[in-house]
Write a protein that binds this ligand. Sequence first.
Ligand SMILES: NC(=O)c1ccc[n+]([C@@H]2O[C@H](COP(=O)([O-])OP(=O)(O)OC[C@H]3O[C@@H](n4cnc5c(N)ncnc54)[C@H](OP(=O)(O)O)[C@@H]3O)[C@@H](O)[C@H]2O)c1
Length: 330
Amino acid sequence: MFGIIGAGTIGTLIAVGLEKTGLYQCAGVNTRSRVSYKQFHGYIPCDFLSPEELIQRCSLIFITTPDDAIAQVAQTIQQIFSGDLVISPNESENESESESESESESETSQNKNSSDERGGDVRTLVHCSGALPWRVMDFDKHARDKLRGHRVRWRYIGVHPYRAFASIPDGIDSLQGTHFGVDGSDEQAAQCGRDIVRALGGIAHSIPEDGKVLYHGAAVLASNYLVTLASMAVDLLEGIGLTTEESLALLLPLMRGTLDNLETGGLGVLTGPIARGDVEVVRRHLAQLPKEMKDVYCSLGIRTLELAHRQKERAGRPYVREVEMRKMLN
Ligand SMILES: NC(=O)c1ccc[n+]([C@@H]2O[C@H](COP(=O)([O-])OP(=O)(O)OC[C@H]3O[C@@H](n4cnc5c(N)ncnc54)[C@H](OP(=O)(O)O)[C@@H]3O)[C@@H](O)[C@H]2O)c1
């Protein structure tokens, strides 16, 4: 049994994806508002549960709230759990026994998740943030102190789809084939994360815990800023009288073509005035661009010039007016 805390886009997509496998069953959901619960219920008709009830029923809990709430939710869960065990340790042991009995007919990854090779009870918390490491959920020290001898272990996993999902309907079925970054509190946790990704039809990549911030920064540059760049280009076209629709009609095939070129040719597919060394064209752009766009144009231009230099070098040709170009962009 798994549970979801935070019934938004990713929580719903993960729950739907896991339920579809037939290996995982959603025991319930906890979320902030009725609106998101009702929306979730439209996809998976399960109960709204308190965190206490979720912990009782699930060995695997996904915290799919906004990033800023993940640590607080994880802390609450572990505090409630440790409190339960201290008050009634036998009850908790029975609970995990009955859980494994009820699931014993099919050897699912969940079964594998709910106990470890040492025979202890394992509880797994998963978040889906790209920027945060698994460690933000680890509030176990307090619980460990209280639970000495109770053989309960927490396992923490980050399972991050490297993809932007604007809405639930747009994302349904699209976890299949999606690349995921996975980090975990130990090798077993990471393996459990990879199992979840495989069940969702995704492709798992191990991300070092201390590399998560830059792993996520790369996604912001390549995905979020692509939208920002498109909006700047639309502004320029609207400024010369085109409508937003016309502007996007012009820009989207251009952008798609560039992505296709990147896919087939890697990073050596740069075209345009900086790639060609057309200094006068760049000078004319800079003469007419609004101030705030000029800054972006120039800082991306410097990086573009470096790519162009390498591209020419690989082709065995010199970049003739590099000094002039660099001076203009600096
Ligand atoms: N969307 C993406 O493309 C994407 C891609 C990769 C990873 N992620 C990650 O996935 C996670 C969720 O993102 P999302 O886009 O799915 O966000 P979202 O659509 O805004 O959903 C967040 C959900 O959490 C609920 N919530 C907020 N605070 C809560 C709390 N304290 N306790 C319980 N529920 C709470 C919200 O409820 P209400 O709306 O009712 O207030 C909402 O249903 C984040 O870690 C994000 O970084 C997102």
